[in-house]
Design a protein around this ligand. Structure first.
Ligand code: NAD
Length: 387
């Protein structure tokens, strides 16, 4: 057996519980040497999850980065705190697995990508939906030419559950400007999936972005985003909301269609898929098996395990991970482009110009834009546009 990859974990919140914990504990050749979290109660929880000693727990992540034996770190703190930690990790010579989104601003994403290149280290994204069996299967069906050229991929995520963050920390951080966006930013999974399924780079984006009246708080970020993305040949449509609406995937190609449904039309990917089928040009239906369908919750843990195995192998073989930082940076630009379109009422060309305020500052730059009078986003007072 090759030497285990020695890792550190920075941030021990909810995503560690159902994602990184089973992955790290499940991979025999990944060894957790230390954990850092600023919240004492979360360190105690992590100690039990990973069977650690007290001297392996750190309040300050810099103490963890100072451990020479650590090859790589997973940074799973909320995005508003990641920039400095990622830069310090590269300065300490570590490889980095970063939670999504890569950052709140494209300028920062570029800075992190440059820092990884200068340090000669990997910066991989936790784009775990790539590894969910239903999306792998759909990607394979498209690659196998089952429906011809992809024309429109529609990803329905109108029933995303608005789970709070860990109770011992700041459970409401997702609903602050510091998070860099609302449900679309949080569920950026749909954005990178759209690009991956299309197999092309996005050229244009347009969107309605809103926070409906029923929102149980004075919203500062969106809880509804209806997004259209143009690729050089195909299109994607993303319907995204925290709420109880429909979920699933519908893909139209030149020679047929693919349809995926979850139980009770719930939204992917932590829910139970129940139906995946294709329809040919003559409306003949073929049902397709989804791997591990009976044990879908295991599939979530397994998707993180496969992602970690990919990260480990990318380091060992010195190759690109499945989701390099550049993919995270493109997904960020699409999501921010949707916000800009919601505010300006215009179709936005991608990539963003580096001089654009949103490129520099993320959603903090939106207040500098000329808002369209009838913008729903402006009317809802999102992104600092409250009068
Ligand atoms: N890939 C996925 O499917 C997925 C799912 C959920 C969350 N996430 C991402 O993971 C990240 C964390 O989300 P969560 O739901 O686990 O949040 P959470 O609120 O449950 O946990 C955040 C943890 O980070 C710790 N923390 C905050 N600042 C820190 C710092 N400076 N140093 C060390 N620890 C610090 C907190 O004490 C807390 O334990 C976010 O970026 C989120 O977008 C990804």
């Amino acid at each position: 057996m090759t030497n285990p990859l020695k890792v550190g974990l920075i941030g021990c919140g909810n995503v560690v519980q159902y994602g990184h914990r089973p992955a790290i504990n499940g991979l025999a050749d990944v060894e957790l040497l230390a954990l850092a979290d600023i919240t004492p109660a979360r360190r105690e929880i992590g100690k039990a999850w990973f069977n650690l000693r007290d001297d392996q727990l750190h309040a300050d992540y810099r103490d963890l980065l100072a451990i020479d034996a650590i090859d790589a770190v997973a940074i799973t703190v909320p995005q508003q705190f990641r920039r400095g930690i990622v830069l310090d990790a590269f300065a300490a010579g570590k490889h980095v697995l970063s939670e999504k989104p890569i950052s709140q601003a494209p300028a920062v994403a570029d800075e992190l990508i440059d820092a990884a290149a200068s340090a000669g280290r990997k910066l991989a994204m936790v784009h775990n939906y790539h590894f969910l069996p239903e999306f792998r299967q759909i990607k394979r069906m498209i690659s196998d030419g089952l429906i011809g050229d992809l024309r429109v991929a529609t990803l329905h995520f109108l029933g995303v559950i608005d789970y709070p963050g860990a109770a011992e920390y700041q459970s409401d951080w997702r609903h602050t400007m510091a998070a860099g966006g609302g449900v679309l930013m949080d569920m950026i999974h749909a954005v990178y999936l759209a690009e991956w399924l299309a197999g092309e780079r996005a050229q244009q984006v347009m969107a309605f972005v809103d926070a409906p009246e029923y929102a149980h708080r004075q919203p500062v970020i969106e809880d509804l985003a209806l997004v259209q993305i143009a690729f050089p040949t195909g299109y994607a449509v993303i319907h995204m909301a925290w709420g109880e609406g429909v979920g699933g995937v519908d893909i139209s190609g030149g020679d047929g269609q693919i349809r995926l449904r979850y139980k009770q039309y719930q939204s992917g990917g932590f829910n139970q898929p129940i139906e995946l089928y294709s329809v040919d040009k003559d409306w003949n239906r073929s049902d397709h098996a989804i791997a591990n369908l009976e044990h879908h919750l295991d599939s979530v843990a397994r998707s993180f395990t496969e992602l970690w195995a990919d990260f480990r192998d990318a380091i060992r073989d010195d190759r690109e991970p499945m989701a390099p930082a550049s993919a995270g940076a493109r997904a960020l630009q699409i999501a921010l482009g949707a916000y800009i379109s919601g505010v300006t009422g215009k179709v936005l060309s991608l990539p963003l110009e580096p001089s654009h305020p949103v490129y520099q500052k993320g959603i903090d730059g939106i207040a500098e834009l000329q808002a369209w009078e009838q913008s729903k986003t402006k009317r809802a007072g999102l992104f600092g546009l409250r009068e």
